[in-house]
Design a protein around this ligand. Structure first.
Ligand SMILES: NC(=O)c1ccc[n+]([C@@H]2O[C@H](COP(=O)([O-])OP(=O)(O)OC[C@H]3O[C@@H](n4cnc5c(N)ncnc54)[C@H](OP(=O)(O)O)[C@@H]3O)[C@@H](O)[C@H]2O)c1
Length: 261
Protein backbone atom coordinates (compact mmCIF):
# COMPACT_ATOMS: atom_id res chain seq x y z
CA UNK A 1 0.00 0.00 0.00
CA UNK A 2 1.49 3.37 -1.00
CA UNK A 3 1.14 6.47 1.11
CA UNK A 4 -1.06 9.44 0.24
CA UNK A 5 0.08 13.04 0.80
CA UNK A 6 -1.50 13.35 4.19
CA UNK A 7 -1.06 9.90 5.64
CA UNK A 8 1.79 9.42 8.11
CA UNK A 9 3.48 6.38 9.55
CA UNK A 10 4.42 6.49 13.25
CA UNK A 11 7.20 4.09 14.28
CA UNK A 12 8.15 3.58 17.93
CA UNK A 13 11.60 2.26 18.76
CA UNK A 14 12.95 3.91 15.60
CA UNK A 15 16.43 4.59 17.01
CA UNK A 16 17.86 1.11 16.41
CA UNK A 17 17.38 -2.41 15.06
CA UNK A 18 14.08 -3.43 13.51
CA UNK A 19 12.51 0.02 14.10
CA UNK A 20 15.10 1.80 11.93
CA UNK A 21 14.30 -0.62 9.10
CA UNK A 22 10.54 -0.14 9.46
CA UNK A 23 11.13 3.59 9.08
CA UNK A 24 13.39 3.13 6.04
CA UNK A 25 10.96 0.73 4.33
CA UNK A 26 7.96 2.98 4.97
CA UNK A 27 9.85 6.00 3.61
CA UNK A 28 10.76 3.93 0.52
CA UNK A 29 7.01 3.45 0.01
CA UNK A 30 6.57 7.22 0.16
CA UNK A 31 5.21 7.54 3.69
CA UNK A 32 6.04 10.63 5.71
CA UNK A 33 7.44 9.09 8.89
CA UNK A 34 7.21 10.16 12.54
CA UNK A 35 10.05 8.62 14.55
CA UNK A 36 9.89 7.99 18.28
CA UNK A 37 12.34 6.56 20.87
CA UNK A 38 14.45 8.04 23.67
CA UNK A 39 17.72 8.65 21.75
CA UNK A 40 16.87 11.85 19.93
CA UNK A 41 20.28 12.20 18.21
CA UNK A 42 19.78 8.88 16.42
CA UNK A 43 16.23 9.82 15.41
CA UNK A 44 17.49 13.13 13.93
CA UNK A 45 20.21 11.33 11.94
CA UNK A 46 17.66 8.85 10.57
CA UNK A 47 15.18 11.65 9.79
CA UNK A 48 17.84 13.48 7.75
CA UNK A 49 18.64 10.25 5.86
CA UNK A 50 14.96 9.59 5.03
CA UNK A 51 14.37 13.16 3.88
CA UNK A 52 17.43 13.24 1.63
CA UNK A 53 17.12 9.69 0.21
CA UNK A 54 13.37 9.42 -0.21
CA UNK A 55 12.17 13.04 -0.17
CA UNK A 56 9.58 12.35 2.54
CA UNK A 57 8.72 14.70 5.40
CA UNK A 58 9.68 13.43 8.85
CA UNK A 59 8.93 14.31 12.46
CA UNK A 60 11.13 13.47 15.44
CA UNK A 61 9.09 12.78 18.58
CA UNK A 62 11.43 11.80 21.41
CA UNK A 63 9.65 9.99 24.23
CA UNK A 64 10.38 7.56 27.06
CA UNK A 65 7.42 5.22 26.67
CA UNK A 66 8.26 3.40 29.90
CA UNK A 67 7.08 6.47 31.84
CA UNK A 68 3.45 6.28 32.97
CA UNK A 69 1.39 8.66 30.80
CA UNK A 70 4.06 8.80 28.08
CA UNK A 71 1.87 7.28 25.35
CA UNK A 72 -0.70 10.01 26.05
CA UNK A 73 2.02 12.70 25.74
CA UNK A 74 3.32 11.17 22.51
CA UNK A 75 -0.18 11.11 21.06
CA UNK A 76 -0.66 14.77 22.07
CA UNK A 77 2.57 15.59 20.18
CA UNK A 78 1.22 13.72 17.14
CA UNK A 79 -2.01 15.68 17.28
CA UNK A 80 -0.34 19.05 17.89
CA UNK A 81 1.82 18.41 14.81
CA UNK A 82 -1.40 17.71 12.83
CA UNK A 83 -0.23 14.25 11.75
CA UNK A 84 -2.85 11.90 10.45
CA UNK A 85 -1.49 8.47 11.33
CA UNK A 86 -2.39 5.87 8.74
CA UNK A 87 0.26 3.33 9.79
CA UNK A 88 1.17 2.76 13.44
CA UNK A 89 4.12 0.46 14.15
CA UNK A 90 4.32 -0.40 17.85
CA UNK A 91 7.86 -1.75 17.76
CA UNK A 92 9.59 -0.35 20.89
CA UNK A 93 10.29 -3.04 23.45
CA UNK A 94 13.02 -4.66 25.50
CA UNK A 95 13.73 -7.87 27.38
CA UNK A 96 15.67 -8.80 30.47
CA UNK A 97 17.48 -11.96 31.38
CA UNK A 98 17.71 -13.67 34.78
CA UNK A 99 15.58 -15.26 37.50
CA UNK A 100 12.45 -13.27 38.30
CA UNK A 101 13.12 -13.47 42.07
CA UNK A 102 16.32 -11.46 41.52
CA UNK A 103 14.99 -9.02 38.93
CA UNK A 104 15.11 -5.28 39.56
CA UNK A 105 11.46 -4.35 40.03
CA UNK A 106 11.77 -0.89 38.46
CA UNK A 107 13.09 -2.54 35.27
CA UNK A 108 10.19 -5.01 35.23
CA UNK A 109 7.74 -2.12 35.65
CA UNK A 110 9.37 -0.30 32.74
CA UNK A 111 9.07 -3.43 30.62
CA UNK A 112 5.39 -3.88 31.43
CA UNK A 113 4.74 -0.21 30.77
CA UNK A 114 6.61 -0.18 27.43
CA UNK A 115 5.86 -3.62 25.99
CA UNK A 116 2.21 -3.72 27.10
CA UNK A 117 0.71 -0.41 28.29
CA UNK A 118 2.23 1.98 25.72
CA UNK A 119 1.49 -0.41 22.84
CA UNK A 120 -2.12 -0.82 23.96
CA UNK A 121 -2.63 2.91 24.55
CA UNK A 122 -1.21 3.94 21.15
CA UNK A 123 -3.37 1.32 19.41
CA UNK A 124 -6.41 2.74 21.22
CA UNK A 125 -5.55 6.37 20.40
CA UNK A 126 -4.91 5.68 16.70
CA UNK A 127 -8.03 3.61 16.06
CA UNK A 128 -10.93 6.11 16.10
CA UNK A 129 -9.59 8.18 13.19
CA UNK A 130 -8.59 5.03 11.26
CA UNK A 131 -12.08 3.58 11.70
CA UNK A 132 -13.72 6.87 10.70
CA UNK A 133 -11.65 6.92 7.49
CA UNK A 134 -12.20 3.17 7.03
CA UNK A 135 -8.47 2.79 6.45
CA UNK A 136 -5.48 2.17 8.68
CA UNK A 137 -2.75 -0.24 9.64
CA UNK A 138 -1.45 -1.21 13.08
CA UNK A 139 1.58 -3.49 13.32
CA UNK A 140 2.35 -4.71 16.85
CA UNK A 141 5.70 -6.38 17.37
CA UNK A 142 5.49 -9.47 19.59
CA UNK A 143 8.04 -12.30 19.32
CA UNK A 144 8.27 -16.06 18.99
CA UNK A 145 8.52 -15.73 22.79
CA UNK A 146 4.74 -15.19 22.68
CA UNK A 147 4.10 -18.90 22.09
CA UNK A 148 5.52 -20.35 25.32
CA UNK A 149 6.47 -19.38 28.87
CA UNK A 150 10.14 -18.33 29.21
CA UNK A 151 11.92 -19.43 32.39
CA UNK A 152 14.83 -16.99 32.76
CA UNK A 153 12.91 -14.27 30.87
CA UNK A 154 9.52 -14.79 32.49
CA UNK A 155 8.21 -11.22 32.29
CA UNK A 156 9.44 -10.58 28.74
CA UNK A 157 7.84 -13.76 27.36
CA UNK A 158 4.60 -12.95 29.17
CA UNK A 159 4.53 -9.41 27.73
CA UNK A 160 4.87 -10.83 24.22
CA UNK A 161 2.09 -13.39 24.87
CA UNK A 162 -0.06 -10.37 25.76
CA UNK A 163 0.86 -8.56 22.52
CA UNK A 164 -0.06 -11.63 20.45
CA UNK A 165 -3.35 -12.27 22.26
CA UNK A 166 -4.38 -8.59 22.25
CA UNK A 167 -3.51 -7.98 18.61
CA UNK A 168 -5.11 -11.16 17.29
CA UNK A 169 -8.34 -10.22 19.09
CA UNK A 170 -8.10 -6.72 17.61
CA UNK A 171 -7.57 -8.16 14.12
CA UNK A 172 -10.83 -10.10 14.54
CA UNK A 173 -12.73 -7.10 15.96
CA UNK A 174 -11.63 -4.98 13.01
CA UNK A 175 -12.77 -7.36 10.26
CA UNK A 176 -14.79 -5.41 7.69
CA UNK A 177 -13.78 -2.03 9.14
CA UNK A 178 -11.06 -1.25 6.58
CA UNK A 179 -8.50 -1.24 9.42
CA UNK A 180 -5.96 -4.03 9.97
CA UNK A 181 -4.05 -5.00 13.12
CA UNK A 182 -1.25 -7.48 12.50
CA UNK A 183 1.15 -9.18 14.92
CA UNK A 184 4.77 -9.64 13.89
CA UNK A 185 6.60 -12.43 15.73
CA UNK A 186 10.33 -12.23 15.03
CA UNK A 187 12.73 -14.89 16.22
CA UNK A 188 16.23 -13.89 17.32
CA UNK A 189 17.29 -11.03 15.02
CA UNK A 190 20.40 -8.84 14.57
CA UNK A 191 19.77 -5.65 16.56
CA UNK A 192 20.71 -4.14 19.93
CA UNK A 193 18.12 -6.35 21.64
CA UNK A 194 20.63 -8.81 23.17
CA UNK A 195 22.77 -5.99 24.61
CA UNK A 196 19.70 -4.32 26.09
CA UNK A 197 18.58 -7.66 27.58
CA UNK A 198 22.08 -8.35 28.97
CA UNK A 199 22.28 -11.51 26.85
CA UNK A 200 25.28 -10.71 24.64
CA UNK A 201 27.23 -13.76 25.86
CA UNK A 202 24.34 -16.20 25.32
CA UNK A 203 24.51 -18.81 22.54
CA UNK A 204 21.25 -17.48 21.01
CA UNK A 205 22.93 -14.11 20.43
CA UNK A 206 26.04 -15.57 18.80
CA UNK A 207 24.26 -17.55 16.04
CA UNK A 208 23.92 -16.25 12.50
CA UNK A 209 20.73 -14.25 12.79
CA UNK A 210 18.45 -12.66 10.18
CA UNK A 211 18.87 -8.94 9.64
CA UNK A 212 16.50 -6.35 11.06
CA UNK A 213 15.62 -5.36 7.49
CA UNK A 214 14.42 -8.88 6.54
CA UNK A 215 12.26 -9.02 9.65
CA UNK A 216 10.78 -5.55 9.11
CA UNK A 217 10.05 -6.43 5.48
CA UNK A 218 8.15 -9.56 6.55
CA UNK A 219 6.12 -7.51 9.02
CA UNK A 220 5.12 -4.80 6.55
CA UNK A 221 4.33 -7.33 3.81
CA UNK A 222 1.94 -9.13 6.17
CA UNK A 223 0.42 -5.86 7.42
CA UNK A 224 -0.38 -4.50 3.97
CA UNK A 225 -1.76 -7.91 2.96
CA UNK A 226 -4.16 -7.79 5.94
CA UNK A 227 -2.67 -10.88 7.62
CA UNK A 228 -3.48 -11.64 11.26
CA UNK A 229 -0.04 -12.82 12.35
CA UNK A 230 3.34 -13.37 10.78
CA UNK A 231 6.15 -15.43 12.30
CA UNK A 232 9.47 -14.67 10.61
CA UNK A 233 11.48 -17.66 9.32
CA UNK A 234 10.78 -21.34 8.73
CA UNK A 235 12.48 -22.62 11.89
CA UNK A 236 10.60 -20.10 14.03
CA UNK A 237 7.32 -21.17 12.40
CA UNK A 238 8.08 -24.81 13.17
CA UNK A 239 9.06 -24.01 16.77
CA UNK A 240 5.90 -21.97 17.34
CA UNK A 241 3.76 -24.78 15.89
CA UNK A 242 5.54 -27.35 18.06
CA UNK A 243 5.23 -25.24 21.25
CA UNK A 244 1.64 -24.28 20.65
CA UNK A 245 0.03 -27.33 19.14
CA UNK A 246 2.13 -30.46 19.58
CA UNK A 247 4.26 -30.59 22.70
CA UNK A 248 3.13 -30.97 26.34
CA UNK A 249 3.56 -27.68 28.27
CA UNK A 250 6.10 -29.28 30.67
CA UNK A 251 8.34 -30.33 27.79
CA UNK A 252 8.06 -26.88 26.22
CA UNK A 253 9.12 -25.29 29.53
CA UNK A 254 12.25 -27.42 29.87
CA UNK A 255 13.27 -26.95 26.23
CA UNK A 256 12.81 -23.17 26.46
CA UNK A 257 14.75 -23.03 29.72
CA UNK A 258 17.67 -24.85 28.05
CA UNK A 259 17.55 -22.56 25.00
CA UNK A 260 17.73 -19.46 27.20
CA UNK A 261 20.69 -20.73 29.25
N1 LIG B 1 16.03 -8.73 18.14
C1 LIG B 1 15.38 -9.81 18.51
O1 LIG B 1 15.98 -10.89 18.64
C2 LIG B 1 13.89 -9.75 18.74
C3 LIG B 1 13.17 -10.97 18.71
C4 LIG B 1 11.79 -10.94 18.91
C5 LIG B 1 11.15 -9.72 19.13
N2 LIG B 1 11.87 -8.56 19.16
C6 LIG B 1 11.14 -7.31 19.41
O2 LIG B 1 11.42 -6.41 18.35
C7 LIG B 1 11.21 -5.07 18.83
C8 LIG B 1 12.37 -4.21 18.38
O3 LIG B 1 13.55 -4.63 19.05
P1 LIG B 1 14.98 -4.70 18.34
O4 LIG B 1 15.32 -6.13 18.17
O5 LIG B 1 15.04 -3.81 17.18
O6 LIG B 1 15.89 -4.18 19.56
P2 LIG B 1 16.70 -2.81 19.76
O7 LIG B 1 17.69 -2.65 18.67
O8 LIG B 1 17.19 -2.89 21.17
O9 LIG B 1 15.58 -1.67 19.61
C9 LIG B 1 14.65 -1.39 20.62
C10 LIG B 1 14.01 -0.05 20.34
O10 LIG B 1 13.08 0.23 21.41
C11 LIG B 1 13.34 1.53 21.91
N3 LIG B 1 13.05 1.63 23.34
C12 LIG B 1 13.58 0.90 24.36
N4 LIG B 1 13.15 1.38 25.54
C13 LIG B 1 12.34 2.43 25.25
C14 LIG B 1 11.62 3.35 26.05
N5 LIG B 1 11.65 3.29 27.39
N6 LIG B 1 10.88 4.30 25.43
C15 LIG B 1 10.85 4.39 24.08
N7 LIG B 1 11.51 3.56 23.27
C16 LIG B 1 12.26 2.59 23.85
C17 LIG B 1 14.85 1.74 21.70
O11 LIG B 1 15.13 3.14 21.60
P3 LIG B 1 15.81 4.05 22.74
O12 LIG B 1 16.75 3.18 23.51
O13 LIG B 1 16.47 5.14 21.96
O14 LIG B 1 14.66 4.54 23.54
C18 LIG B 1 15.04 1.07 20.33
O15 LIG B 1 14.74 1.99 19.31
C19 LIG B 1 11.04 -5.18 20.34
O16 LIG B 1 9.66 -5.07 20.66
C20 LIG B 1 11.56 -6.57 20.66
O17 LIG B 1 10.97 -7.10 21.82
C21 LIG B 1 13.22 -8.55 18.95
Amino acid sequence: MAATDTSWALVTGASSGIGVEFARLLAERGYPVALSARREDRLRTLAAELESRHGVPTQVLPCDLAEPGAAESLWEQVQRAGLHVNVLVNNAGFGDNGPFAEAEWARMQDMLQLNIVALTALSRFALPAMRARRQGYILNVASVAAFQPGPGMAVYFATKAYVLSFTEALWAELQGSGVVATTLCPGPTQSEFFDAAQMSGKSLASQKLPSSREVAQAGLRALFAGKRTVIHGLVNNLLAFFSNRLAPRGAVLSITRRMLE
